[in-house]
Write a protein that binds this ligand. Structure first.
Ligand SMILES: [Zn+2]
Length: 137
């Protein structure tokens, strides 16, 4: 959907207590980054949300906390918790995000400056640690 080159492997982290100060894949230290996300949710459509995420610069993995995103979605006051359905589509450049915030941008402008995610990843917790189901060790 986005016109820019796809970036980041994206993880929506469902575990509120897990901070991911280290990357679950390569164990490098992750960094906190405020990154504008493009989210599709009904019935509003596309929304932009600048959100603090964890980023592993080694494997370009972006991790967002599901509980935090849920909270921000709820704070928009247009959805009820039991009907919260959204999809995080990709990232946006900061300039476009700022412009959208002050003047508003069209869908065309938005997608022009948007990068889809390379892939979505799911992370499961087992007593032995984190693992990725699609990559057996
Ligand atoms: Zn990593």
């Amino acid at each position: 959907m986005g016109a820019l080159q796809p970036r980041y492997s994206f993880v929506l982290n469902p575990y509120p207590r897990e901070r991911f100060t280290r990357c679950p894949r390569c164990e490098a230290k992750t960094r906190l980054r405020k990154i504008p996300l493009v989210i599709h949710f009904e019935p509003v459509g596309l929304v932009m949300l600048r959100k603090t995420c964890r980023l592993c610069v080694v494997c370009e993995m972006l991790i967002a906390h599901q509980a935090e995103v849920d909270g921000l979605i709820d704070a928009m006051g247009r959805t009820q918790a039991e009907k919260r359905e959204y999809l995080i589509l990709g990232t946006l450049d900061v300039k476009t995000w700022r412009r959208g915030f002050s003047d508003g941008v069209t869908i065309e402008e938005l997608t022009e400056h948007m990068a889809d995610f390379k892939q979505y990843m799911r992370i499961d917790y087992t007593p032995g640690g984190w693992y990725r189901p699609e990559q057996p060790t």
